[in-house]
Write a protein that binds this ligand. Structure first.
Ligand code: ADP
Ligand code: GLC
Length: 478
């Protein structure tokens, strides 16, 4: 059995800001079925310790970037975690990455260097008698682990390393003055190492140092090699093309199951979905109408393209559409969406974060809208498919890989599951919405699409096998 230490800054259901947490939290159980024993290394934020209890101390570090730390082994959600208990770094109010003023914590470079540091130490020494064969590092917060591991152990003896890009937009930047404080080798501070325009980039460190790179969909893997999507690191990605692969995310099909979901009137069929639909219309106070009820569940940021939806909202409503949005993020976008909710009877807006409500929305809607400018994978369209809710998505990243566009050919073959549009512009989005309205008005086509969507496999089976094969290839020799 391959042993893998998964290294990340968030993990559902314990602590989450986005899809990264869902994936990190789903992998250990998915990988067990594929013959991999995975443990998750996570900072012991107060909210996490409150849920897991303090467990057993398996490692101590006298000075973890400015204070003492302990690693605690706990079990939760059916898998094993190692928590870095370092009060000087993690025991504070506020969100994971942001202080109460809404800005990044000024010491984020140290807080997440500490994650990489402890990962490397566990990679080299094991923890509580458990020795990983592979370190699987997620996003920039874990990006320094492969470099620190290399500093500790020669090639051939150390565990293999995988760096997964969930989002290339976050570079993990720190000023060059931090080099010594972060215990980084000055001889690697150059453009072929971890320097990014005179700054330290922990993401780039991971991309340069890890044995293998993955990202969360095959299309995003290709996109990352282009200037349009590479966020300044496309050259690095091109240089590592041979060691890079896209492995599509799955979802937790137990947590997202319309037949058992405790948040809704459960259903198994197209007809059964009607009750959940009525309940959603009531919950959101939407008017009666003839067109599709669409939902959005999203962070409100530039990435998600929801400003474009604001532009075409009147046209969608005019065609009988209605919309319920749940989201939070950028203050300006929150304000614009609140105003749209006040202005249009057919639009209902909830600013906030509400997991239970997101289930009711996915279940009750006719369609989900994901007009992202880029989307490494995207999870909400996968939830939607499972609940027979038709995705309207931009043709990019994982959205391109998970939705079968209702083209004439796909409709004739009876395999369509959604609508894709391109380019990511207001005009093309409106074309997509018009297409949705037309499909929805044809009961035969519409119920066929719902059936197709509900049948599409969105679990982890295929991807877990791909990760297992990858771990096997690079795992530490026995
Ligand atoms: P990203 O990670 O870029 O935010 P994903 O689609 O991969 O995008 O994952 C987003 C996750 O966060 C999904 O599980 C989605 O349901 C959830 N989510 C986003 N915004 C909200 C919200 N306001 N309330 C509840 N869940 C949300
Ligand atoms: C990132 C991406 C999203 C992806 C998620 C999990 O947050 O923005 O597309 O689904 O990570 O991999």
């Amino acid at each position: 059995m391959t042993r893998v230490l998964s290294v990340a800054s968030e993990c559902a259901p314990l602590i989450k800001t986005g899809g990264l947490a869902d994936v990190v939290g789903a992998l250990p159980n998915a990988m067990r079925d594929a013959g991999v024993e995975m443990r998750v290394l996570l900072p012991a934020y107060p909210a996490v310790l409150g849920q897991t209890g303090s467990g057993e101390i398996v490692m101590e570090e006298a000075d973890l970037f400015g204070g003492p730390a302990r690693v605690r082994a706990v079990s939760h959600s059916g898998f094993e975690l190692l928590l870095i208990d370092a009060p000087h770094l993690y025991d504070r109010p506020g969100a994971i990455y942001l202080g109460p003023d809404g800005r990044d914590w000024p010491d984020n470079p140290r807080r997440f260097a500490a994650l990489g540091w402890m990962a490397a130490r566990i990679g080299a020494e094991g923890a509580g008698g458990w020795h990983p064969d592979v370190l699987h590092c997620h996003d920039c917060q874990a990006g320094l682990a492969p470099l620190y591991l290399r500093q500790r152990m020669p090639h051939g003896q150390r565990p293999g390393t995988v760096m997964t890009v969930h989002n290339m937009a976050f570079h993990g930047l720190a000023p060059p003055e931090d080099l010594d404080a972060l215990r980084l080798p000055r001889d690697r501070f150059h453009p072929d190492g971890f320097e990014f325009w005179d700054h330290i980039s922990t993401l780039k460190a991971g991309l340069v140092e890890a044995d293998r790179l993955t990202t969360v969909s095959p299309t995003y893997a290709r996109e990352l090699m282009t200037p349009e999507f590479g966020m300044g690191l496309d050259g690095v990605m091109r240089a590592r093309r041979a060691e890079t692969q896209g492995i599509l995310n799955g979802i937790d099909t137990d947590a997202w199951n319309p037949a058992t979901d405790p948040e809704i009137s459960t259903y198994r069929t197209v007809r059964g979905k009607r009750r959940a639909h009525r309940e959603l219309i009531e919950e959101f106070g939407l008017p009666e109408g003839y067109g599709p009820v669409a939902v959005v569940i999203s962070r409100l940021t530039e990435q998600k393209g929801l400003d474009l939806l604001l532009d075409v909202l009147p046209d969608f409503l005019e065609r009988g559409g209605r919309l319920a949005l749940l989201g939070s993020g950028n203050a300006d976008l929150e304000q614009r969406w609140r105003e749209a909710g006040d202005l249009y009877a057919g639009v209902s807006v909830r600013i906030g974060y509400d997991e239970a409500q997101s289930h009711r929305m996915v279940a009750g809607a006719d369609a989900i809208l994901v007009p992202s400018r880029f989307e490494p994978c995207g999870l909400t369209q996968l939830y939607a498919l499972r609940y027979g809710t038709i995705p309207v998505v931009a043709l990019t990243g994982g959205l391109a890989d998970t939705v079968i566009h209702a083209s004439p050919a796909a409709l004739t073959a009876g395999v369509a599951t959604g609508v894709q549009f391109w380019p990511v512009s207001a005009d093309a989005l409106l074309d997509g919405l018009e297409h949705l309205v037309a499909l929805h008005s044809n009961p035969k086509i519409w119920s066929q699409m719902i059936r197709n969507a509900m049948r599409q496999p969105v679990g982890w089976n295929v991807s877990a096998a791909e990760y297992a094969a990858l771990y096997q290839e690079i795992g530490k020799p026995e």
